[in-house]
Design a protein around this ligand. Structure first.
Ligand code: PSU
Ligand code: MN
Length: 307
């Protein structure tokens, strides 16, 4: 039985019982997206921000053979501190890691799937995986995009990072019928910067309007989720030249080392932090907080609509 595999935290199961708004949070960002101890601090602060904005946080991971929805502080600490023992888990890894009781930090794809099992419709993170640069030869396209096509969860992100091919990522999402919403912006935010050379599909200025769209999409029985792109607050954004130089260098270094597959994104994130002397990490943390706040507001509005 599916339910035998799912374990809700007390807080999340209470939230379900009282029909409170819930925001899903991923754990790959903890174990493989940021260094310790910033990863743990960030994850706990994300939960605090979600609560402060009227919703209940559900950080998701695979622990002791269970799909865990809602983690304790010590579980979050474990995922951050013991990161090298934690498997990055996307959709394809879920069954294997459950069967073999391998502890796993869930990517956007796995987190979306697990959130959907608990009927959670809103999920905050930093960045999603996408079509990698050079994908025309490597075929490196994140499972996150397929999940957005399949699973009815709206992901609040800071747009697409230019470690990806942003244009191809948008094309892929269009093919798969995934709407890309700009929160107060026509330009697709590029993670560390507020703008890119690409446009979102729809600009929406208020959380309640995003909530309405989520409801409509669910009721129309359109499969899949949506991507909300929320620009990083100005004061934490990075000049394009600085960040692009670091990204280009990191990509060259990755090629030299022959790093590919699931190791690619964690390697690039770490290398960029190193090359920017920690500046990119600071921006990354702040944009995640910003997304948690918006996600909690959207989840709250969604509850008012009865979803
Ligand atoms: N982008 C970030 N930080 C992250 C990730 C992406 O800025 O931590 C993580 C997310 O968990 C995302 C995953 O789902 O990387 C994508 O990995 P891949 O490119 O291997 O699909
Ligand atoms: Mn990949």
């Amino acid at each position: 039985m599916l339910n035998d595999y799912i374990e809700l935290s007390k807080e999340v199961s209470k939230a379900k019982a009282y029909n409170l708004p819930i925001v899903a949070l991923e754990s790959t960002i903890i174990s493989h997206g940021m260094p310790y101890p910033e990863n743990v601090k960030t994850a706990l602060e994300c939960e605090r921000i979600v609560r402060e904005n009227g919703a209940v946080p559900a950080t998701i991971a695979i622990l002791n053979g269970k799909l865990k929805i809602g983690l304790s502080e010590s579980e979050i600490d474990f995922l951050g501190k013991e990161a090298t023992k934690i498997q990055k888990t996307s959709r394809r890894d879920i069954a294997y890691n459950i069967t073999n009781k391998i502890n796993g930090a869930t990517t956007v794809s796995a987190t979306m799937y697990i959130a959907s099992l608990a009927n959670i419709h809103v999920f905050a993170t930093g960045g999603i995986g996408g079509v990698h640069r050079g994908a025309e030869t490597t075929m490196d396209i994140s499972a996150d995009l397929e999940e957005l096509a399949e699973t009815p969860v709206t992901v609040i992100s800071a747009g697409a990072k230019s470690i990806l091919d942003i244009g191809l990522t948008l094309e892929y999402l269009e093919t798969k019928g995934v709407p890309v919403i700009g929160y107060g912006t026509k330009s697709l935010p590029a993670f560390y910067s507020r703008e890119s050379d690409f446009e979102v599909n729809f600009k929406i200025d208020f959380p309640d309007e995003i909530a309405k769209l989520i409801k409509t999409k669910l009721e129309l029985n359109l499969r899949g989720g949506m991507l909300v792109a929320n620009p990083i607050p100005k004061e934490y954004s990075m000049p394009k030249e600085v960040i692009n130089k670091a990204i280009d260098e990191a990509l060259v270094e990755m090629d030299k080392l022959g790093i590919k597959g699931k190791e690619a994104t964690p390697y690039l994130l770490g290398k960029i932090v190193e090359l920017t002397k920690g500046k990119s990490l600071e921006s990354n943390i702040k944009l995640v907080y910003n997304n948690c706040e918006l996600a909690a507001q959207i989840a709250t509005e969604l509850k008012k609509l009865g979803v």
